[in-house]
Design a protein around this ligand. Structure first.
Ligand code: SAH
Length: 257
């Protein structure tokens, strides 16, 4: 991998470039593009067909329903990208059969300098494209009609992990999954909504009490919603103690052996 000079350069390959152009202009990703921490180039697969009809798909060998995206346009676009931008650190095919995207993968991708994202459509992509793909990534165990939304999900998740993209670093490090712990609940004005009030501690102005309350809430909801995250988790002493109170003997350093 080349020396990292800050920021990640994405090349997205799709038959619907408008979708990525739009999604890449909003929110955190849009801002990161303005500040140069993300570079996003969107390539229309049809520009690399090599025929005047701009045919990107064909019927599957062996028969059966649907169409398959042809291999050559992907190989051509990758050649074009490598010639003009240098060989990418990673060529990712969005696929329901890939590794499920996690915080760790997003963090790892944020270390790269240059990533190519291939978006499939129809029945998928000709298997021979896998020869140039370095990894396949899924955004969950369900099938979407195309890789454009998954590519936008990868872009957003990776962008958040690039230092400087999200202004307040603390808001990223407190996010769910950064540690094996879900985020604590958030409240904003007004202090009463439909008779539901904000927990008193958050109005108390006592920062230490607020910090401990949030920690307790984070442990509590992780225990309730995602106890799997707590198995073998490395917790800090305060979290260990809270967990010991909430679920005695179940998790934590002494319990899991
Ligand atoms: N027949 C394929 C699914 C094709 S869906 C199969 O069963 O494995 C068409 C395209 O949408 C895929 O090539 C992929 O790029 C994208 N896609 C669909 N679901 C996805 C998911 N969960 N994660 C990432 N990409 C997905």
């Amino acid at each position: 991998m080349a020396e990292k000079s800050g920021g990640v350069h994405f090349d997205v390959v799709t038959i619907f470039p408008d979708v990525l152009d739009q999604l890449g202009n909003i929110g955190v990703v849009g801002k990161a593009r303005q500040t140069g921490l993300i570079k996003l180039r969107v390539h229309d697969l049809r520009d690399f067909c090599g025929d005047t009809h701009r045919t990107v798909d064909d019927a599957p060998y062996g028969g059966g329903p649907g169409m398959v995206l042809k291999a050559e346009p992907f190989l051509r676009v990758l050649h074009h990208i490598s010639e003009s931008q240098g060989v990418p650190d990673s060529v990712v095919l969005l696929s329901p059969q890939g590794k499920t995207l996690t915080h760790n993968i997003a963090e790892r991708f944020a270390e790269f300098r240059h990533i190519v994202l291939f978006c499939g459509r129809y029945e998928g992509v000709d298997e021979r494209v896998s020869g140039v793909v370095t990894e396949e990534v899924s955004i969950g165990d369900y099938v979407l009609s195309g890789g454009e939304l998954p590519a936008a999900v990868v872009l957003d998740a990776v962008a958040r992990q690039i230092p400087g993209v999200v202004g307040d670093r603390e808001s990223v490090t407190a996010d769910s999954f950064v540690r094996p712990m879900l985020d604590f609940p958030h409240y904003t004005r007004p202090s009463a909504v439909n008779g539901l009030s904000v927990p008193d501690v958050l109005l108390s102005g006592n920062h230490e009490d607020v910090r401990l309350w949030r920690k307790r809430q984070a442990v509590k909801r992780t225990l309730l919603r995602r106890p799997d995250l707590l198995v073998d988790a490395e917790l800090d002493p305060e979290e260990e103690q809270i967990l010991g109170e909430l679920a005695p003997g179940k998790f934590g350093s002494g319990a899991k052996k």
